[in-house]
Design a protein around this ligand. Sequence first.
Ligand SMILES: N[C@@H](CCC(=O)N[C@@H](CS)C(=O)NCC(=O)O)C(=O)O
Length: 260
Amino acid sequence: MKLYHAPISTCSQKVRLVLAEKGLTYDSQFVDLMAGQQFAPDYLAKNPAGVVPTLEDGGRVLVESTLINEYLEDAYPDPGLAPAAPADRHAMRLWTRKIDELHPFCGIQTFAIGARPGMLARPVEEVNALIDAIPDPARRAVRRSVIDHGVEAPEFAGAYAAHVKLFGLADQVLTDSAYLVGDALTLADAALLPYVLRADHLSLTGLLEGRPGLLAWYERMQARPAYETAVAGYLPEPAVAAFRKAGEAVADAVARVAAR
Ligand SMILES: N[C@@H](CCC(=O)N[C@@H](CS)C(=O)NCC(=O)O)C(=O)O
């Protein structure tokens, strides 16, 4: 297997977690998102959306992180990361769908807070080229808006509210249950972890505080050996520190947006 991925990308973390939980190894090919390698013609031929991750296995090219994880579950069923009962499998897929729906909102928070200072420090032509290369016009417009306006961008409040809603729902479930669907980890937990981690890295404490079920689960997830292999082992400390600092710098502005 060959995985095209990026160290700090949520969707890459999600797939790496499943690979690690299953004990699967792969050739690692980093795609430098800040250098625009996701838009290179060779890569776009594999992943026309110009995003990571992409998995190659047995001559097939697989895109879309949730579907890659479903593929891994089908192709490498041992150990299983999906519940046995059909209704529980439905519950797992409802979570992964909700998390997929959250993903663009996470991108808004990441670029409005964490990536923005680095972007603003680069030559404007370089940043424009990176934005112009995004294949989807709607994504392109949002990216421009959040880099220009940060947490004051009109898109930010909705992104934050979407996190409040999903993290609140997860907290309720995780107050009574060790994992999102019952007492064993499923693809749903692997899908959620990167988004909670990102909120933590962006110092978005308002999304995490007062959610004991979610926080206990977060600790449980971080204690799993797969977390070290798939997530912590890849985290670039300077980037994480820069994200945290950027989050602290806009904490008051975020609190104001959250209170609106
Ligand atoms: N729906 C896609 C989303 C993938 C995605 O947005 N990946 C981000 C990193 S987490 C990316 O490659 N971003 C590059 C960019 O926006 O230019 C999936 O689940 O695989």
